[in-house]
Each structure stands twice: as structure tokens, then as C-alpha cells.
Design a protein around this ligand. Structure first.
Ligand code: SF4
Length: 411
């Protein structure tokens, strides 16, 4: 979502005829798009402010700060930036830039992005979140859930495909609770009842589009229809489902509204309809009050599920959230230790799982080309490096896997 926000910010600049600068020194405007999922990311903004002040020369830079910022952080940084605005109010950026040129749209979704590449695009379908997981700042910084109209989403994707887009990545804090106002826009032939599954079906019908991925899915809202929709031909062979903890007491304290048993049932259902699917997750270690035993439950559960990948984070309390009031009693060193333990188990499991691709053909969307190799993602979201590659970025190629490591398959 943060990348998609950046593309929308770039879209505002482009519409006003600004060009991307080669580097910081050459820029007139310096924009920081903050992600405040962790406190450390917010703390790093002070380092960026220092860097800005060290830029040499007579030139006056205009500095702008936005992203997922709590109101308190916005106030704190106001003196250090020329403009601090709420990412939901992109019109403020446009008005600021226009005002500087001596000369107003309101809704976030009306600001078209400047897509980073033409063959793959982020397409937000909703923004905000109603879930209030106790550690998470998102509902406070992005507000309640707002879903984008089906018609607008389909039109944007059709246009993207016309311009050569092969893969779209649907974005939302919880895509499973997608709830558009224009449900009447869904076709009569659409076989699904649940709105996100219905949207996936409509997008799957778009001619010329080859791959559809989505993130994030809250387990409590992963409806059977969405699980069925995973078998639609253009949906990638990867599902990201955030577990956060493998212990029921911790899950309850996190306000996740599911148990490890519920999660396991979901994974069984998913694997039943799509046995070869790769599954990724997010895990927080050292949550407030997490005992050694509770952490070990997470390790056991991780081994049981055999995720393909996990994005692991050490708990860092965010001001303004419910968890900030809990006793953050796991020492930093212990959090680090737990993070490493989980990381080792993950890497071992990932390496083992990746061996199953040896000798198999996989489909890769090339995104990088160097002199003698290309890199891209497979349908399972595995990074694949292809030697002696004749293809170019944007091509989809079928290749045979010759070697498999944790973070890269070689073809
Ligand atoms: S579902 Fe929970 S973790 Fe995800 S954005 Fe919403 S509050 Fe945050």
C-alpha cells in the first residue's frame, strides 16, 4: 500500500508536469512517504531530516512528509517539513503545489498513480481497516474501510492492460471485506456471492490480463468463495495469510478474532482446492506478555503449517494503540533471539520446500535484466534468476529450475 501511495504521489507531480529527479541533490521537492507499522520506521524520519539539512548548495529544497502518520507524529514533524499532509487527502498536495505556482479534488482514489512499470501495477481496491488489532496503528492513520467502486477498478485495469500490463496486484488492508457501493455492476453470470470473490471473477474475465495477486487477507474474513476463487486461471499460485502468532492467548490479546485451530482449518481448505499453492505469512515475536512457551507454540505451529515464507517482526508498541498500554515486558535482546530462532526455522523450511521445484517448469514474469541473466517472480512469488536469458522485462517465460536456494530459484 505504501508503494501504491508513492505511485499516487508521483501521479500528482506528473500531472503538474514535474519530472522525477536523478538524485536528492538534483531535486526541487523531497517527499518522505512514511510507513508507521513499526515505531522504528517513524524514528528513522529524524535521520532523513538530518540528511536533508546536509544537502549542500544555495538551493532551497521543498520538503514534504506524508504516509501512515499518527496525528501526534504529524504535529511533531510539522516544524521540520514545508508540508505535512494526511495521505488520505492527496488533494492537499495538489493544492500546495498549485499554490506554489501561483494558481481541488478530494478523494484518494481519484488521484491516478504514475505506475512504476507498465507490465505490473498495484491497484488499490479499498483503504482503511475496521479491525483494530491491538498492536496496529492502521485504523487510526487510514481510518475506517472504504471500498472502491467495481466499475472504477475494472476500468483502471482494462486501461492498464491496454497499456501492456500483465499482472495486477490488488491492494487493501483487508481485501476480504471488500464492500463496494455499486454491486449491481457485477455480471449476472458471476458465480460467487461474496464481494471480493465476485471482484476476482470479474477481473479474471479481462482479456489480455495474465496474472492477478492480492494482499492482505485477514484470516477471519477468508470466505469459502474466495478460497474457491483461488482456482480461477489468472490468480497466482500464492496466498498471503497473516498468522501473527501460533498461540491462542496471544492471538486473543492481539484481538485477531481467530484461533490457531481456525487458521489450520483455513489452510487445509485452501490446500484442498489448490494443493500446490505457496503460502506466506506475517509473524510478530515478543508481543507484550508473550512467554517462552507461547513463542514455542508459534514455532511448533510454523513447522506444522510449513509456510513458504514468513515476514517476521519484533513487537514494537505504537503509541495510540491498545497494545501500547500493555506491559512490553519481553526485553529487546530476547525479542531479537526469538526473531532469529523463527528466522532459522523459516529459512530451513523454505529451502526444503524450494527443492520441490527442481527439474520443474515454472512461469516467470521478468522484471529485471542484467547482462547475462534476468530476474522475475514465479506464480508462487518465488524469485527466479534465469541464466543466458534472452527475454526482456515484462515478458512471461517458462523455464526449468536447475538449482534451489532459500531466496532464489535458478533456471
Ligand atoms: S487487519 Fe489488523 S493488522 Fe491488518 S491493518 Fe487492520 S488492524 Fe492492522
Amino acid at each position: 500500500m505504501n508503494k501504491s501511495d508513492s505511485e499516487r504521489i508521483a501521479g500528482v507531480f506528473e500531472r503538474l508536469n514535474y519530472l522525477p529527479a536523478k538524485d536528492m541533490q538534483a531535486a526541487d521537492f523531497l517527499v518522505v512517504n512514511a510507513c508507521s507499522v513499526r515505531q522504528t520506521a517513524i524514528d528513522r524520519i529524524w535521520g532523513v531530516v538530518k540528511k536533508f539539512s546536509q544537502l549542500k548548495g544555495e538551493k532551497k529544497y521543498t520538503t514534504i512528509l506524508t504516509g501512515c502518520l499518527l496525528p501526534g507524529d504529524r504535529i511533531k514533524f510539522r516544524k521540520r517539513f514545508d508540508l505535512v499532509f494526511n495521505i488520505k487527502k492527496l488533494a492537499e498536495l495538489e493544492n500546495f503545489l498549485r499554490a506554489r505556482e501561483g494558481e481541488s479534488k478530494e478523494k484518494y482514489f481519484e488521484h491516478l498513480p504514475r505506475y512504476a512499470v507498465n507490465f505490473q501495477a498495484h491497484v488499490p481496491i479499498m483503504t482503511g481497516c475496521n479491525n483494530y488489532c491491538s498492536y496496529c496503528v492502521v485504523p487510526y492513520v487510514r481510518g475506517r474501510e472504504i471500498s472502491r467502486n467495481v466499475e472504477d477498478i475494472l476500468k483502471e485495469i482494462q486501461q492498464l492492460v491496454k497499456n501492456g500490463c500483465k499482472q495486477i496486484d490488488l491492494l487493501g488492508q483487508n481485501v476480504n471485506s471488500y464492500e463496494p457501493d455499486d454491486k449491481k455492476y457485477f455480471s449476472k453470470q458471476n458465480p460467487f456471492q461474496q464481494n471480493f470473490a465476485r471482484l476476482l471473477w470479474e477481473i479474471n474475465q479481462i482479456q489480455g490480463l495474465q496474472r492477478i495477486s492480492f494482499i492482505s487477507s485477514h484470516p477471519k474474513d477468508l470466505h469459502d468463495d474466495v478460497i474457491q476463487a483461488l482456482t480461477l486461471p489468472k490468480i497466482v499460485n500464492y496466498l498471503h495469510l497473516a498468522l501473527q502468532s501460533g498461540d491462542n492467548q496471544v492471538l486473543e490479546k492481539m484481538n485477531r478474532k481467530y484461533t490457531v485451530e481456525d487458521f489450520e482449518k483455513l489452510i487445509s481448505k485452501v490446500r484442498k482446492v489448490k494443493p500446490e499453492i505457496a503460502i506466506g505469512t506475517d509473524i510478530i515475536v515478543g508481543f507484550a506478555g508473550e512467554t517462552r512457551e507461547q513463542f514455542e507454540n508459534t514455532l511448533k505451529f510454523y513447522k506444522k503449517i510449513r509456510f513458504d515464507i514468513s515476514y517476521n517482526a519484533m513487537f514494537s508498541p505504537r503509541r495510540g494503540t491498545a497494545a501500547a498500554k500493555f506491559d512490553d515486558d519481553v526485553f529487546h535482546e530476547e525479542k531479537k533471539k526469538r526473531w532469529h530462532e523463527l528466522q532459522i526455522i523459516m529459512e530451513k523450511a523454505t529451502l526444503e520446500i524450494n527443492q520441490k521445484y527442481l527439474g520443474k517448469m515454472v512461469s516467470v514474469l521478468i522484471d529485471t535484466k542484467e547482462k547475462d541473466f534476468c530476474d522475475g517472480n514465479s506464480l508462487e512469488m518465488k524469485r527466479v534468476r534465469i541464466k543466458d536469458c534472452q527475454a526482456k522485462p515484462g515478458d512471461i517465460v517458462q523455464v526449468k529450475i536447475k538449482q534451489a536456494r532459500e531466496w532464489m530459484l535458478f533456471a
